[in-house]
Design a protein around this ligand. Sequence first.
Ligand SMILES: Cc1cc2nc3c(=O)[nH]c(=O)nc-3n(C[C@H](O)[C@H](O)[C@H](O)COP(=O)(O)OP(=O)(O)OC[C@H]3O[C@@H](n4cnc5c(N)ncnc54)[C@H](O)[C@@H]3O)c2cc1C
Length: 403
Amino acid sequence: MQAPLYDVVVIGAGPGGSAAAYYNARLGRSVLLLDKATFPRDKTCGDGLTPRALHILDDMGVFAQAEQAGFRVNGISVFAKRGATMQASVPEHPEFRDHLLVVPRLYLDDILRQRAIQQGAQFVGDAKVARITVDEDGVDIFADVDGQPTTYRAKVAIAAVGANIGFLRDMGILEYAPRPIVAVRAYYEGLRNLGDHIQAHFEEVPMPGYGWVFPTGPDSANIGLGLWREQAGAGGSLRAALARFVASPRLRSLMDGASQVGAIKSYPLRIDFTTAPTFGKRVLLVGESAGLVSPLTGEGIDFALETGKIAAEFLQSCFTSGDFGPKALAGYDRMLRANFQSMFRFLGYLRKVYVNPLLMDRIIRLCEQAPEVRQLFVGILMSQQHPAALLKPRVLRKVLIGV
Ligand SMILES: Cc1cc2nc3c(=O)[nH]c(=O)nc-3n(C[C@H](O)[C@H](O)[C@H](O)COP(=O)(O)OP(=O)(O)OC[C@H]3O[C@@H](n4cnc5c(N)ncnc54)[C@H](O)[C@@H]3O)c2cc1C
């Protein structure tokens, strides 16, 4: 029997895949969304949602649900390597909300997936896609569904498989092995004096990298750390680094009486967008599959949501013309490069500040003293400000000579 023909099959129901499924369905297309997991499922993450991410949740009509499942955070506290600290509220922005949410992925991803279904997408869980093949008219998607080999067919596929590098390499889409960041996190409850800021810590964590405390409630938090360099035996040494961070003097007053809930989990992050392919034959890549995670902070939910939307909107011209060939799909790459290439290149440069504790301390002290620089820097951390703004002569003068 011939497999039914969908307009779009989306592989992966994380934020990128569910957004892609939702926006494609909203544009009137028949959409199948596949994930190897059954939902609700956890995804190892810090659970922090930038105002940029909230903007898409608003657009998808799920902000209120996400807010109910999460915790509102109004600012950020940064603790630099050599003692400088900074407190800042979320900068004002003409489009974005003035706060963050921390929403455990167990809830967030299910809210997004259900929204895609509500909009008309069909979802199949426990569907691990093994490969796709392409011919002149469409794409065949071969999946193992509940243990049964199953084939689906679509005019075009969207791969939103996150950091599943093996899948993209097997498909011949990704031709190199990206060097991911590695990160680890656990949930804790019974914390004290948590406040309503997310916290970024550089003191008691291996460099280059940072530790975070992201409140999931008034007395509970997602605590973790990311390392910017692969290290030998990363899994083991990451867990040890997290244990040291949680027991560090800076966290003592928070952690007094707190207990860990659930397991410590680690996972890689891809930050190689500037060199990553963004499409293959009849396939578009969204979110982390296109390396779209901030090289500065490790946040990628906003970029995953945004590229899910961009991919759906881009496909309008392909559905109108019936042309899904490489030349046509290259337009998607151009669109992503126009949106993100220069930002990601600068974020990569800025990451080098992490390895220079003196410079980082200087910037954080300056942020504490100069509201203008503070707002700029926090805007960059939240990916709502292009990092090149730091190169304005006025700002550079302040950073370099303090006037
Ligand atoms: C420890 C850690 C902390 C982080 N903290 C933050 C944070 O605080 N804020 C933030 O914005 N970002 C954070 N990130 C990054 C964020 O998790 C990712 O950028 C985001 O999940 C990317 O979304 P995505 O939809 O592209 O991929 P994912 O969320 O990874 O979703 C991919 C989906 O594809 C499915 N899949 C994979 N392979 C297949 C297959 N072969 N067949 C079928 N399904 C498949 C998976 O089951 C999964 O559901 C963190 C990452 C880590 C590891």
